[in-house]
Design a protein. Structure first.
Length: 235
């Protein structure tokens, strides 16, 4: 029988922390707690299956902890649980390296479903094949991407966008569709700007000439599509 997953709960509200500890323990998790960034940094050294992270902490922003973990090569899954519920906040969290983002207040069963999903992905239980068009590729399991043997360093949002487009070559997607299908966020004016910004950044990293892109094409009046520059069928 496998040992239970160990979760580090980083939450400064005593009432919320107590409720979450009971719910997580009842679901079979072993739970450790921290109420400040300082405590969380110390307890990260103990090793965890997942970090459930609040953002508004007494001594700083929880996103700083997430950024520090990723910069140090710590790939422990991070699920952000916070009252910051705007799309811009979700994007900041995912760009900081979080694996998932859930806004308070939330139903406990919904939170547990998010945790199970992230843990499955972290253990490689959700196998995603490599997607490739011409010499451009992305691997959803290892989250590596590149052209031929040259690899790119992308943010989590940039990678998700590239992988999505590679899996649907030749199909045009509206900006609202991209926001919902790739990141699970609502569109609108802010969503349109967000997609345009990430497409521009992605082009700057994968295209030979971002001003004259060969892969990610603008579909005027619609959005974007990924094309095979050779004109052949995608793999």
């Amino acid at each position: 029988m496998s040992s239970p997953d160990r979760l580090l709960l980083v939450e400064d509200d005593d009432r919320i922390a107590e409720e979450l500890r009971h719910a997580l323990a009842a679901a079979g998790y072993r739970v450790g707690s921290a109420s400040t960034l300082t405590q969380a940094r110390e307890r990260l050294r103990l090793g965890w299956s997942l970090v459930l992270l609040d953002l508004g902490l007494p001594d700083g922003d929880g996103l700083d902890l997430c950024r520090e973990m990723r910069a140090a090569g710590d790939d422990t899954p991070v699920v952000v649980a916070t009252a910051r519920d705007q799309d811009a906040h979700r994007i900041l969290g995912l760009d900081a390296g979080a694996d998932d983002y859930i806004a308070k207040p939330f139903d406990t069963q919904v939170l547990l479903a998010h945790l199970r999903s992230v843990l499955r992905r972290s253990r490689g239980e959700v196998v995603q094949r490599q997607a490739r068009v011409a010499d451009l590729w992305a691997d959803g399991e290892s989250r590596r991407c590149g052209r031929d043997t040259r690899e790119f360093e992308l943010t989590p949002l940039e990678f998700d966008l590239l992988l999505f487009l590679l899996r649907h070559p030749g199909r045009a997607w509206s900006r609202d569709q991209i926001m919902m299908r790739v990141w699970g966020l609502q569109g609108g004016a802010a969503g349109t700007r967000t997609v345009d910004i990430h497409v521009r950044r992605l082009r700057s990293k994968i295209e030979d000439d971002p001003a004259d892109p060969r892969f990610i094409q603008t579909v005027w009046g619609v959005g974007y599509r990924l094309e095979d520059p050779r004109g052949g069928a995608a793999e």
